[in-house]
Design a protein around this ligand. Structure first.
Ligand SMILES: NC(=O)c1ccc[n+]([C@@H]2O[C@H](COP(=O)([O-])OP(=O)(O)OC[C@H]3O[C@@H](n4cnc5c(N)ncnc54)[C@H](O)[C@@H]3O)[C@@H](O)[C@H]2O)c1
Length: 441
């Protein structure tokens, strides 16, 4: 049977890469919840109850009553950013939260001053901050970041650290077998300063794992989605998770597509478009950065509604007539700021191929949806490490748009929201010392 998680013994350091809209909303919410001034709505670790035991022994319990989760009061925050604004100033700039929801924790937020970033402008051309490390090579970046983590541990006295990437989406880095397939090649490329194949995010991930911290990729970057990083996670016996927070449109997609698939309805096209105006939208307005997001967003549907499995239902629609037409667009539109609006137009067909349409209009708040995912991913990665789990954490797919999977072995990722939920529940059960099971609740 899988290992039971050990109880924590001391504080949990949460080091976030990027101190923008998502991070400051996450931090402010945790600090406010600690004071009893806000509710962490949307967080599975704080609200969800799952069944453990069967028959007469069954009980429905919160996660914290099944597994030894870190307490919100035991979290210490730190962050890196390209811009020098502290967490309070950055929260105000982001305009996600109202001042009345930030002021009560101003003192704590002001103290979170961003550490200099490991940054390369070629990876996010639209950013222009000067709070940047002066490193000549990628290897120097790694060493400086490792030093940051050690220093934070020492100064804050935390027992454990988790590193979460909630920084901008980098330009798309295609997987290069000569660099990304083995740890030795990856390290060599870092030392040779191969800036084309080594994104700054890879330096953060490498540094985190070397310093004993699980690493979570919240953007669609392929950072830890490469065999070399799997090898490092295996060597260091640490969890990794990625990629891309599953917040708005993709959450709807991975929850809605199963309705079509389960009822064996046909799909001829799914068009998703968004408008958003925050800094994330600005960065994604750059085609090379959008490409990273597009690859991540497109992957969701294809593994739920599989053309090869059901050619009559999903094998028609696009130019080559081999699959439904699936398109995703993000449009930068400043007036909306963080309040993204997403439209989905779904062309389905039924009995005797008669067409029908479904329209979904989601007026969401990006960072409000992402913040609870940050909390859950951080707490569950820390828990997984204490349960001796390492490598890609498939049970965290529930929170991610484009779950990591071993593509070198043709492994297919699970994108179906309710199958992902079963994986999540079973992992919690196992880490609590119960058996995983196949019951429906
Ligand atoms: N909010 C959502 O719904 C959602 C969903 C999925 C993924 N994401 C991803 O989360 C990330 C954060 O989103 P956001 O809205 O907070 O963006 P943001 O632009 O407000 O914040 C990102 C911050 O990262 C900083 N940054 C960029 N490169 C850095 C580096 N190398 N080191 C340190 N800091 C760096 C930027 O200066 C910026 O302040 C984005 O990649 C976004 O695509 C967000």
């Amino acid at each position: 049977m899988a290992e039971k998680a050990k109880a924590p013994n001391g504080k949990l350091g949460v080091m976030v890469v990027g101190l923008g809209a998502v991070t400051t909303t996450f931090m402010t919410g945790v600090l406010m919840a600690r004071k009893g001034l806000a509710k962490p709505v949307g967080s599975m670790t704080q609200y969800d109850k799952i069944r453990v035991g069967k028959g007469a022994d069954k009980k429905y319990l919160h996660y914290k009553d099944i597994v030894p989760l870190a307490d919100l009061n035991d979290i210490e925050f730190a962050a890196w950013d390209v811009y020098p604004a502290n967490a309070y100033e950055s929260a105000l700039n982001a305009e996600v939260l109202k001042e009345k929801d930030i002021e009560p924790v101003k003192d704590e937020l002001v103290k979170i001053k961003p550490i200099k970033a490991a940054f390369d402008k070629n990876y996010a051309k639209r950013l222009d901050g000067d709070n940047v490390k002066d490193c000549k090579t990628r290897w120097e970046m790694v060493e400086a970041l490792r030093e940051d983590i050690r220093k934070f541990k020492e100064e804050s006295g935390v027992e454990r650290v988790v590193v979460l990437w909630a920084a901008s989406t980098e330009v798309y880095v295609p997987i290069n077998e000569k660099v990304h397939y083995t740890l030795a090649d990856l390290e060599k490329a870092m030392k040779d300063n191969d800036t084309e194949n080594i994104a700054p995010s890879m330096c953060y991930a490498y540094a985190a794992l070397k310093e004993g911290a699980p690493f979570i990729m919240g953007a669609p970057n392929t950072t830890v989605d490469i065999p070399a990083m799997w090898e490092l996670a295996e060597q260091t016996k640490l969890p990794i998770a990625g990629k891309d927070f599953k917040t708005g449109q993709t959450l709807v997609k991975s929850g809605f597509a199963p309705i079509i698939g389960t009822r064996c309805l046909g799909l001829s096209g799914w068009f998703s478009t968004n408008i958003l105006g925050n800094r994330d939208g600005l960065v994604l307005d750059e085609p090379a950065n959008f490409r990273t997001k597009e690859v991540s967003k497109l992957s969701t549907l294809e593994s739920i509604l599989v053309p090869e499995d059901q050619p009559d239902l999903y094998g028609h629609g696009n130019d080559e007539d081999t699959q439904y037409y699936h398109k995703v667009r993000i449009n930068y539109y400043p007036p909306r700021n963080d309040n993204k609006e997403g439209w989905d137009n779904i062309d389905i067909f039924g009995w005797m191929n008669y067409p029908m349409q479904i329209k979904i209009n989601f007026l969401c708040r990006d960072s409000i949806l992402a913040a609870p995912l940050c909390l859950d991913l951080v707490l569950l990665s820390d828990l997984a490490a204490r349960a001796g789990r390492y490598g890609t954490q498939r049970f965290l797919s529930f929170f991610l748009k484009s779950p990591q999977h071993d593509y070198t072995q043709d492994e297919v990722p699970v994108n179906h929201l309710f199958q992902q939920y079963v994986m999540l529940k079973n992992a919690i059960r196992e880490m609590g010392g119960y058996e995983a099971d196949e019951e429906i609740d």
